[in-house]
Design a protein around this ligand. Structure first.
Ligand code: GLC
Length: 435
């Protein structure tokens, strides 16, 4: 990690190897023992779906949150953006309302991204929203908004800092490292002291220091002392409580907790030209794929500089929310499910109930091969309508279904089984009689 050629691309490639990162990092400190972790993580596992928010001076540029680095913008030029970042008061209320309507149970907002501009009131720099043109503590507004909607509150905080004078030289200069580590530890202390109970701390990019350089063990100890119920991710060089596959879904095989974070188009921060939006169907498929593997889905919005949410994001999240109103029970608190995905459906599970999330509706009959439990009854989840079925050794067929999908964009069939449903596709390939 102390590679000076660090770039966004190399970081993404490294995150792709998330499991390796977690496995090679030193062991977690004592306060994060297994029983304590299970207690702290309970709500998080039940929640399954959260909203990520990337907001900062880069929103004014509207050219992605990495614009400062990718375009080589000089620091004094970039600092001028602080004069133009004057969002509408309490913009976060609309985010929190949308998150609740979408069925998201927690929020994670950038308190400081790599650009170094702090959205919160800090004594450690004047490069922060309350002391610049904005004149308000945007983190406080966010925390209050999330709580008002009954949502859990998370803070994203970038360790890497392109603005702080010691942010790069700290790798070679011990006095600089001392100042910079004290600065970042100090900011985390402020964030976890001044805003009441915080539920998630989401570190990001530890360049140019490793866990030792960051004194990450001491960092996490401070965090758990200030917030005994909090959960922390793995991006300060330690494994933390959960892994963070980025822009892809990768279930941890070890049973370790994980959360896939993803953009709704291709950018985290507001990028006015990025029109590569995911459909509501894709978002729902991703959410159920995460739930299938026992993971969470943290889906991003990149508000505009005035705090408003891009229209496409509102449209997509509203559609997802309508679907969650009818089908959310198949996601929240679901358990890891061995039948993973087929070519037309995903599966989630609660106890002996299998939820078949059909995203490419085949018409009259939905068939599943290799199911190892006996189906006892089945129904269309949204309407509660009973579904007829026939089951033999290799296949179960749900029959007499409508020609077009009865629920859009994904129809759920709930199948009650006599045991925990598993699937054996090998059986079909090797044992299905051949003539
Ligand atoms: C990467 C990017 C960043 C984004 C983050 C979200 O670290 O550097 O811009 O905030 O991922 O996971």
């Amino acid at each position: 990690m102390s590679d000076n050629r660090f770039s966004r691309r190399s970081y993404l490639a490294m995150l792709g190897a998330g499991a390796t990162l977690a496995a090679s990092a030193p062991a977690a400190p004592a306060p994060a023992g297994d029983a304590d972790r299970a207690r702290r993580m309970r709500w998080w596992h039940e929640a399954k779906f959260g909203m990520f928010i990337h907001w900062g001076l880069y929103s004014v540029l509207g050219r992605h949150e990495w614009a400062m680095e990718e375009e080589g913008i000089p620091v004094p030029e970039y600092e001028q953006l602080a004069k133009r970042f004057t969002p509408q008061p309490n913009s976060a209320r609309a985010w929190a309302k949308l998150a609740r309507k979408a069925g998201q149970k927690y929020m994670v907002m950038t308190t400081k991204h790599h650009e170094g501009f702090c959205l919160f009131d800090t004594k450690l720099t004047s490069y922060c929203a309350p002391k610049q043109a904005c004149g308000r503590d945007l983190v406080r507004e966010y925390v209050e908004a999330a709580r008002a909607e009954g949502l859990r509150v998370g803070f994203y905080h970038s360790l890497m800092d392109w603005h702080h004078p010691d942010g790069a030289r700290c790798a070679q200069d011990e006095a600089a490292r001392r100042r910079f580590v004290d600065y970042i530890h100090g900011q985390i202390r402020e964030l976890l002291t001044n805003y009441g109970k915080i539920d998630v701390l989401w570190y990001d990019v530890s360049w140019p220091l490793d866990a030792q350089g960051w004194e990450s063990e001491r960092m996490n100890e401070m965090v758990f002392k200030l917030q005994p119920d909090i959960v922390v991710n793995n991006r300060n060089g330690l494994p933390g409580d959960f892994s963070t596959p980025e822009q892809h879904i990768h279930a941890e095989e070890s049973g370790r907790a994980w959360e896939s974070c993803m953009t709704m188009n291709d950018s985290w921060g507001y990028q006015r030209a990025d029109d590569n939006w995911k459909s509501a169907k894709t978002v729902i498929r991703n959410l159920s794929t995460c739930a299938n593997g026992g993971g969470n889905y943290l889906l991003n919005i990149g508000p505009k500089p005035d705090g408003s949410i891009p229209e496409e994001s509102v449209r997509i999240l509203s559609a997802v929310g309508q679907w969650m109103d009818r089908n959310g029970a198949t996601i929240y608190d679901s358990e890891p499910c061995q039948p993973s995905n087929s070519v037309f459906a995903n599966f989630t599970r609660k106890g002996k109930t299998l939820y078949i999330h059909v995203y490419f509706w085949p018409g009259d009959t939905v068939a599943i091969g290799g199911l190892q439990a006996k189906v006892v009854s089945a129904r269309l989840l949204a309407s509660g309508k009973k579904v007829e079925f026939e089951q033999e050794q290799f296949r179960v067929r749900f029959k007499g279904l409508p020609a077009t999908a009865p629920d859009e964009p994904v129809t759920v069939i709930a199948a009650e089984c006599d045991a925990e449903p598993t699937q054996n596709m090998d059986l079909i390939r090797t044992q299905r009689p051949r003539t």
